[in-house]
Design a protein around this ligand. Sequence first.
Ligand code: FAQ
Length: 330
Amino acid sequence: MYAQMIKTASKGVKTREEMTDQEREFQDKIDNDIKIEPRDWMPDDYRRTLIRQIGQHAHSEVVGQLPEGNWITRAPTLERKAILLAKVQDEAGHGLYLYSAAETLGETRDELVKLLHEGRMKYSSIFNYPTLNWADIGAVGWLVDGAAIVNQVALQRTSYGPYSRAMIRICKEESFHARQGYHAIMKMAFGTLEQKKMAQDAVNRLWFPAIMMFGPTDAASTNSDQSMAWKIKVKSNDELRQQFVDQTVPQIEYLGLDLPDPGIKWNEERGHYDFSDPDWTEFFNVIKGNGPCNVDRLSDRKKAWDDGQWVRDGLLAHAQKKSAAKLAAE
Ligand code: FAQ
């Protein structure tokens, strides 16, 4: 369904005068913070935008397992291994809640996965960067999950009921993810000189990709105006990015590490930290499929999907057997 809807996407936010009565009634519900539920009427573009965003979000959770899963067998201690294993499993669960939320909009999980595999749906740019050593795993938990939480806490108030409820559940788990990441990087920052150097190197490589996670600037964001009018997004890309920078600078100062941005400076007048733009050319290149790991990430996901076919077949056969037995007993 979503594949057809992409072709018919309309542009521009309608004024109240341009809306039909049904659209005005819908907008009034949004403006009054009444959640939209699956059986409620909704504009096609609202449905399409939600499927796009929730689908991309689900794909990000699942693809996001790859850079961390890569380190489960190489975690430095049993405790770190158990923590990382639990975290990576949580990400699969988050993907599941989100695919289920997309299903309430009439889109199947199989179709969304197919679009991902065909390169017709995106996932977060951050997962196209490699995790080269153990310090990267700490930095991912602290910076990547930290950025994800800032975005997701805001999304708890999104207008679509099932998405909002999925976010509430996900945020509870995400805070453990960020804490474990900060704890891991803290151990290294306060460890040997070699460990501190590794932690700094991880921050140097992951800082700008982390702030890219919030998407392009508000001026360059194609979906924000309509998504904010419908409260699919409740805070803009730039607002969320600023919030993340403001919360992270004191954390890095505590670690005794530096951010790789000489432009970071407290701005008394704005009451926020100033910071430099990431390289937006790099960002658009990565989301077009040309980042350092795009090819590997997609081929790993396709392989995992194909390797799991026997599990899906088995579950389906079992469900069919059970429903046939139930029918026979009736
Ligand atoms: N990566 O008009 P906008 C996580 C695309 S969860 C790739 O501003 P929008 C947990 C965008 O799709 C991380 N593409 O777009 C975890 C659009 O293209 P399209 C995921 C991006 O949707 C941690 C175009 O650029 N979180 O990490 C990105 O209004 C550790 C124009 O942009 C979510 O998905 C990007 N970073 O705002 C898991 C949160 N940014 O689709 C494992 C939900 C933009 O028109 C390990 N999503 N694009 O072709 C959102 O809040 C929004 O979708 C934004 C983008 C804010 C990401």
